[in-house]
Design a protein around this ligand. Structure first.
Ligand code: SAH
Length: 471
């Protein structure tokens, strides 16, 4: 190990910063955040430093570096763009046996400032010993995305109750379980919602309970349309923390591979010979069973769970059975397909509203309100429509949509094998069958759909509009 990591308490301690530019300002801000007193030496200051000096938040010495500037300081930072000056600061600090950092110069530095992930009081510091700052930064980004901002307040709360927790849970095993429940249960959930007072009450209530119920819960997570890059940070965190993942058939292996290695993965998609009601009942039972055994269940669904995803029914079941839950939204197919096809779903000149419609209707005969969908200034996005293209196009025209209304059919949206077919509403079924469009595909109807011909940028684009124009 080339460097010895240490966390320095600089509060009210004097630190010398030499330099008056942007780098010096950045170092100064970080030092002030840690409570240090900053003496800044430079002939001229940039606007940010000048403001700090005039507010009295730093001591400014105007001029060129003098050894005496180091008097009474605990640390020194050289942040000028003059190598000679930086070297003199380093040498003078060395004579005094003071630690010095020369920005971007590990050879002259006797200490380095790590990249940090700040969830105070928890701090993660990362260093590449000065040899590969880019790698350190990458690592920092990864770690940053792994922990949400509730972690800091949670650590702070746990610190305040540490003695009381020890008193109420004298047994080490019980204490560990209590801390686990603190991290995974309602206290952390309330902190994530920025409700600190209620979180503290929940902690107190849990402490007074004779023993800790298992911390099981369900997170209903929208996985987006297939591209793992479209997962949210929260979805990624939930996958990282899951004990068990109940996933739908459309979820790809790339997304599942991001989950915690030892998480159990269960495909809960419809089984042969099973009707939808039976599938759904099985999923409900699995969620409750595993949560009651104290496990962190992730219920992973394509797109967004609340858009044609039965998420509402699943939550109602959980609520009825007293299982705590959270919901993480996902990028729904309409948004992902439109983005990857170059179709703005609203546009000042074309569409003032967007309808999300299921083309697959319930057996009780509920059908879309076709008359309401006819006016031209709205964009229609049909889910689950591949097998219904003919009746869909006919109904819309019967209710007044012009035959030449543009459509775009997006197959495998956002995935590497995406295809987009555009055309006129009257040619919809014919063109789709000619090009053998298969599910999953999303149908966009409205004049914005024609913009795909101009704005497409991803995957294969088939312009069926030109083909159908009168010759
Ligand atoms: N909850 C999901 C929708 C589930 S319904 C969501 O929010 O996206 C399934 C339908 O979604 C499919 O029939 C198809 O119309 C659409 N869909 C899902 N993923 C898609 C994709 N990658 N490309 C095109 N359509 C998709």
């Amino acid at each position: 190990m080339k460097l010895f990591p240490l966390f320095a308490d600089l509060s009210q301690r004097l630190v010398l910063v030499v330099g008056g530019g942007a780098v010096a300002a950045r170092k100064t801000q970080a030092l002030l955040e840690a409570g240090a007193r900053v003496r800044l030496g430079a002939p001229e200051l940039n606007a940010e430093l000048a403001a700090l000096a005039s507010e009295g938040r730093i001591e400014h010495i105007a001029g060129y570096f003098q050894d005496e500037w180091l008097d009474d300081a605990w640390l020194a930072v050289a942040a000028t763009d003059d190598d000679g000056v930086n070297a003199r600061v380093a040498a003078a600090a060395g004579v005094r046996r003071m630690l010095v950092n020369v920005v971007d110069d590990p050879a002259l530095s006797s200490f380095q400032v790590p990249s940090i992930v700040d969830r105070s009081p928890l701090i993660v510091a990362i260093s590449s010993s000065g040899v590969a700052p880019v790698l350190a930064r990458r690592l920092r980004e990864r770690i940053e995305s792994m922990f949400d901002h509730a972690l800091g307040p949670l650590a702070e709360l746990a610190a305040r109750y540490r003695a009381r927790i020890r008193e109420r849970r004298p047994d080490l095993g019980a204490r560990r379980r209590f801390y686990d429940r603190l991290m995974d249960g309602p206290v952390a959930a309330l902190l994530r919602q920025a409700r600190p007072a209620e979180a503290e009450q929940a902690l107190q209530a849990a402490l007074e309970a004779p023993q800790d119920p298992p911390a099981g819960s369900v997170v209903l997570v929208g996985a987006g349309p297939g591209d793992p890059g479209l997962l949210t940070l929260k979805a990624l965190r939930a996958l990282n923390e899951a004990d068990i993942i109940l996933y739908d058939r459309l979820i790809g292996g790339e997304i599942l591979s991001l989950a915690r290695r030892d998480a159990e993965r269960v495909d809960v998609g419809k089984r042969p010979g099973e009707d939808h009601a039976a599938t759904q009942a099985r999923i409900h039972a699995l969620m409750v069973e595993h949560a009651r055994r104290g496990r962190r269940v992730v219920r992973l669904k394509g797109g967004d769970a609340f858009i044609f995803g039965r998420g509402g029914e699943e939550l109602q079941y959980l609520r009825a059975h007293g299982v705590p839950y959270e919901v993480v939204p996902g990028v729904t197919a309409a948004l992902a397909c439109a983005a990857h096809a170059g179709i703005p779903l609203t546009h000042r000149e074309h569409a003032q509203s967007l309808h999300l419609i299921t083309a697959h209707c319930r057996d009780d005969g509920q059908t879309p309100d076709w008359a309401a969908l006819a006016p031209g200034n709205q964009t229609l996005a049909f889910y689950m429509g591949v097998s219904q293209l003919e009746p869909l196009s006919r109904r819309l025209r019967e209710h007044g949509r012009p035959a030449d209304t543009p459509f775009a059919l997006v197959e495998n949206g956002s995935r590497p094998d995406q295809r987009v077919l555009t055309g006129r509403l009257e040619d919809l079924a014919g063109l789709a069958s000619k090009h053998a469009i298969r599910a999953p595909a999303l149908l966009i109807v409205g004049s914005v759909a024609a913009l795909a011909n101009e704005l497409h940028w991803y995957g294969e684009h088939i312009d069926g509009m030109a083909a159908a124009l009168p010759t």
